[in-house]
Design a protein around this ligand. Sequence first.
Ligand SMILES: [Zn+2]
Length: 267
Amino acid sequence: MAHRRINYEAVFLLPEPLFSLLKDQADIISEKAVNPDKRRFGVKNEAEKHYIDLDKFVTHIDSIQQVYPVKWKDAKLKFTEDTLRAYGIAPYSTYWEFNNLVEIFTSKDKEKIISQMADLGHYISDLHVPLHTTLNYNGQLSKQKGIHGFWETRVPEVTIENYNLLISDRLVIIENPQQFFWDIATESHSFVEETFSLELELTDSVGRSYKEVSSSLNKSGKVYSESYSQLFFEKSGRLQEARMRASILKVAEAWYSAWILAGQPDF
Ligand SMILES: [Zn+2]
């Protein structure tokens, strides 16, 4: 999703004195927001940190917490580590990244703090994307191939100018970070079904020629049209905007809570 923008906006939600320590770094934290994706194919054990295929083992959204133990240690006993890693481990590994940030805050190494904040922001934002929580992440199982990039890149590209990303919620300090990341994944997963059904329904009603236009930028020579992207966005209840707003808030809450847990260091 729009990683750079999310990290950037999250900096401005931070309370003082943390905000003053970081306000000059918003551009760098934003730039570095895409680093984890650059590592995805080169670094071992990186890819599985960006998603979790919940529907591999869960048949109903309400049973996620019964199927998946919140703690990694318990999950490994139940599934084995190899199996977990094969289907993505994002809620677990995002918690590890959160702990890493607490530790790095303690070290007061500003450069490392900024890199780790940027990384954590990325993983939390990925967790907010419904298609990062399903086996059918690119519609490959339902003849809707391409829906992943459509949902997280094309629709925002076309609609982001009209998003209201001003957030006035007060940051809540996270009490149970493991549960916090699981709650985000569960919420995202609740939008999976409607994402696929809406795409099908709209394609049926408007037709392929409305949905796709030619593009020289794409390997397939096709790209989702602006009008179709706009229509999907409106019919979904502006879901991308809502998920982006939620991401910004949760990223800021995670950064802030990590700093509090580290003893509010002045770095
Ligand atoms: Zn990612």
